[in-house]
Ligand binder design. Structure first.
Ligand SMILES: Cc1cc2nc3c(=O)[nH]c(=O)nc-3n(C[C@H](O)[C@H](O)[C@H](O)COP(=O)(O)OP(=O)(O)OC[C@H]3O[C@@H](n4cnc5c(N)ncnc54)[C@H](O)[C@@H]3O)c2cc1C
Length: 395
C-alpha cells in the first residue's frame, strides 16, 4: 500500500484555523537557530528568576508539544487524537531528577497513567525514562562496568523495585511499557535493566519494550544479538526503533574526551542502519500464520521509513492493524504521517508529554533544538502547514 502523505486535508482534518496559525508561527520561529538560542537562554533565565513567562511558554511551545501539566489536562488531546484513530502514549516528561522522593513520584504518576490507560481505548502503550527513576551517576557507573559500593547497590535495588512495580501494573492491566533510550554513557545500564525486565515480565506476552537508537554504529548487530538472546531464553522481545535524539551532545563529548564518536558518520549511515534494523525486526515478526515472539514500535517522522514499515508488513502478509507493530510520532509533529496511518487502519500513537512546565523544559528545549539543528524536520512541517493553509484559503 502506497501512503499519500501529501493529503493535508486528511492530515489536518482536526486542526482548527487557530491551531494551524500557531503551528506555522512556531515552526517558523524554530527554523531560526538565532531565535531558538535566544529563546532558550531567555526562558531558562526567566524561569530561574521566577519571572512571569509561564503563560507565554504555555501558549506556544508547551501547547504545541505537550498535552497539559497533568493527566487530567491531557484528556482533551487524547480524545481528539483518538477521534482520528490515533492513540496516545502518555509520557511524564520530567527529567534530570535526583532524589528518591522524585523517582518515586515518577513511578506514582506512571501508575496513574497506566490506571487511566486500562479504561481508555487508544492508550495501549506507556513509556518511561530510566533517568526519571534512577540516579544518573549510578547508570553511568554501571555502564562503565565499575564496581558499585554498598549505597549504590541499595540504590540499584530501589531502581529495580520501581521498574518491577510499573511492569507488574502494566502486566495486570494488559498494557505495554516502553523504556526510552538515552545517552550512550548511561545506555549500557538502561539496556541491562530493560533486558532483565523483559526476561521477567515478557514470558507470556509483550509487557516491556526496549529502544534501539540507529544513529549509533553497530545497532543491527546489537538487535541481532538481542533477538537471539530472547529466543534462547524464551521471552517476547519488544523494540522501539528510533534514529536518536542526542547526536550533537554525543559527538561533542566524544571529541572533548578523545574517544571515537559512537554516532554514524553521516545521515545516510543512520538511515541505512535504521532500514537494516527495521527489516530485521519485521522479519523476526514472522507471518500471521507463523508469528514470532516480537513486537515493534517504528518511532519516526521519516516518510520513507514509515513507508518501508508499511511495505515490509504487507510483504509478510499482515493486514494493517493486525501485527503487533505500532507506528509512533511525537505530539505536535508530523500529524500528516500519524493521521494518514490511522486513516488506513494501522496501529499508530503519539508520544503525549505532560508535566509541570518548569520540569518539562528539557524536553521542550530538545524539541526546539531538534527542529532547528536537524535539517529537514522543520522544513517538512512548515511545508505541510503552508500547503494546508493555502488549500483552505482557496476553498
Ligand atoms: C515515538 C518516538 C519515540 C522516540 N523515543 C526516543 C528515545 O527513546 N530515545 C531517543 O534518543 N530518541 C527518541 N526519539 C527521537 C528520535 O530519536 C529522533 O530524534 C527523531 O524522531 C528524528 O528522527 P526521524 O527518524 O523522525 O527523522 P529524520 O529527520 O529522518 O532523522 C533525523 C535524525 O537522523 C539522525 N541524523 C541527522 N543528521 C545526522 C548526521 N549528520 N549524522 C548521523 N545521523 C544524523 C539524528 O538521529 C536525527 O535526529 C523518539 C522519536 C519518536 C517519534
Amino acid at each position: 500500500m502506497k501512503l499519500d502523505f501529501s493529503d493535508t486535508a486528511l492530515a489536518f482534518q482536526h486542526a482548527a484555523p487557530a491551531d494551524l496559525r500557531r503551528a506555522r508561527l512556531l515552526f517558523g520561529v524554530l527554523a531560526s537557530p538565532a531565535l531558538v538560542a535566544a529563546g532558550k537562554s531567555l526562558s531558562l533565565w526567566a524561569l530561574k528568576w521566577r519571572l512571569p513567562v509561564k503563560g507565554l511558554i504555555r501558549a506556544t511551545v508547551f501547547r504545541q508539544f505537550c498535552g497539559g501539566e497533568t493527566v487530567a489536562e491531557s484528556r482533551p488531546a487524547i480524545q481528539r487524537l483518538w477521534n482520528a484513530k490515533v492513540g496516545s502514549i502518555l509520557d511524564y516528561s520530567v527529567e534530570g531528577q535526583t532524589t528518591d522522593a522524585a523517582f518515586d513520584q515518577t513511578v506514582e504518576v506512571a501508575l496513574q497513567t497506566l490506571a487511566l490507560a486500562a479504561h481508555e481505548p487508544g492508550l495501549s502503550l506507556g513509556v518511561f525514562k530510566m533517568t526519571g527513576i534512577a540516579p544518573h551517576e549510578l547508570l553511568e557507573k554501571m555502564t562503565e562496568g565499575s564496581a558499585l559500593n554498598a549505597e549504590e547497590e541499595a540504590q540499584l535495588s530501589r531502581v529495580r523495585a520501581r521498574i518491577r512495580r510499573m511492569a507488574q501494573f502494566a502486566a495486570k492491566s494488559g498494557r505495554t511499557l516502553m523504556i526510552d533510550a538515552e545517552e550512550t554513557w548511561i545506555q549500557g545500564a538502561i539496556d541491562q535493566l530493560a533486558r532483565e525486565a523483559m526476561m521477567e515480565f515478557n514470558r507470556e506476552r509483550l509487557v516491556i519494550m526496549t529502544t534501539i537508537q540507529c544513529y549509533r554504529v553497530g545497532r543491527t548487530a546489537q538487535l541481532q544479538a538481542d533477538l537471539a538472546h530472547a529466543t534462547d531464553h524464551g521471552y517476547y522481545f519488544g523494540v522501539k526503533l528510533v534514529r536518536g535524539a542526542y547526536m550533537e551532545k554525543e559527538r561533542d563529548r566524544a571529541a572533548a574526551m578523545g574517544y571515537p564518536s559512537p554516532i554514524q558518520p553521516d545521515k545516510a549511515g543512520t538511515d541505512a542502519e535504521y532500514d537494516a534494523c527495521l527489516r530485521l525486526a519485521i522479519d523476526a515478526l514472522g507471518t500471521p500464520e507463523n508469528p514470532g515472539h516480537v513486537g515493534v514500535v517504528i518511532g519516526t517522522h521519516n516518510e520513507e521509513s514509515t513507508q518501508l514499515g508499511v511495505d515490509l508488513l504487507g510483504a509478510q502478509g499482515w493486514n494493517p492493524g493486525d501485527a503487533p507493530v505500532w507506528f509512533a510520532q511525537l505530539y505536535g509533529m508530523s500529524d500528516f504521517i500519524s493521521f494518514i496511518l490511522g486513516h488506513h487502519g494501522f496501529r499508530v500513537a503519539k508520544y503525549l508529554p505532560f508535566g509541570p512546565i518548569v520540569n518539562v523544559m528539557p524536553y521542550l528545549l530538545r524539541r526546539a533544538e531538534e527542529n532547528t539543528s536537524v535539517a529537514g524536520q522543520t522544513g517538512r512541517e512548515l511545508m505541510m502547514l503552508r500547503k494546508e493553509a493555502a488549500r483552505r484559503a482557496n476553498r
